[in-house]
Design a protein around this ligand. Structure first.
Ligand code: DX5
Ligand code: ZN
Length: 217
């Protein structure tokens, strides 16, 4: 199966954001991945509401929004109003994860949960039938351009097995260090979707790279 490709705008050229979003509109990208960082949950600050609003006006693709923020429940309605289609919160940032996932779905968005590289997959067992997507972090969140953590392949397989055992319809998305050399192994392990930041935007021909990422898997 060909994976869904979600280029991460974090690696785009923010001086020419319109050009990069138009490129994604013309490309085979399935979603646009938006990395929202608050400088508390992760040691970096990215971009916020005005940028999402501008991207929404330009983008013809669904917005796959990855919240690396504490207490994400405070902003669920705001992200809906901004036009996000898929909202992913971190397992480690939610005291009442079930409630937060329910609130995202009540706002008519797809609900995702993200796991840091050290967080046990088994912690998802009681939520796997409620979520639309699980985002497996294959780097420590906070920065683009990091190296893929090999151990993530086992984690993807373990999650695939849990999804099948529970007859869950959750998609598996993998985020961090994905490139043309490792995408085949990631998809083989069980991923449905991959995020790619540097691999796309630092390449000579981003549109062709997106096409190749789909083809290679
Ligand atoms: C990291 C972000 C990723 C990042 C991916 O915290 O969640 O989405 O932008 O970038 P690459 O593909 O360069 O690792
Ligand atoms: Zn991300």
């Amino acid at each position: 199966m060909k994976p869904l490709i979600a280029p991460s705008l974090l690696s785009a050229d923010f001086g020419h954001l319109e050009k990069d979003v138009q490129m994604l509109n013309h490309s085979q990208a399935d979603w646009i991945h938006l990395d929202i960082m608050d400088g508390v949950f992760v040691p970096n600050i990215s971009f916020g509401m005005p940028v999402i609003k501008a991207v929404r006006q330009l983008s013809e693709k669904p917005l796959d929004t990855h919240l690396m923020i504490v207490q994400p429940e405070r902003y669920i309605h705001t992200f809906k109003e901004l036009g996000c289609d898929l909202l992913t919160v971190h397992w480690e940032a939610c005291t009442h994860l079930h409630r937060t996932i329910t609130q995202i779905k009540e706002e008519d968005m797809l609900a995702g949960v993200a796991l840091n590289p050290h967080t046990p997959i088994s912690g998802l067992e009681d939520i796997i039938n409620e979520v639309n997507l699980v985002l497996i972090m294959s780097v420590n969140p906070g920065f683009g351009g990091q190296k893929f953590i090999e151990r993530s392949l086992h984690r993807i397989s373990e999650l695939r097995e849990m999804i099948e055992r529970n007859k869950s319809e959750a998609l598996i998305e993998v985020d961090g260090g994905v490139n043309q050399d490792n995408i085949a192994a990631i998809v083989k392990a069980g991923a449905d979707a991959v995020v790619a930041g540097n691999a796309v935007f630092k390449s000579d021909d981003p549109e062709l790279t997106i096409q190749n990422l789909k083809k290679l898997s």
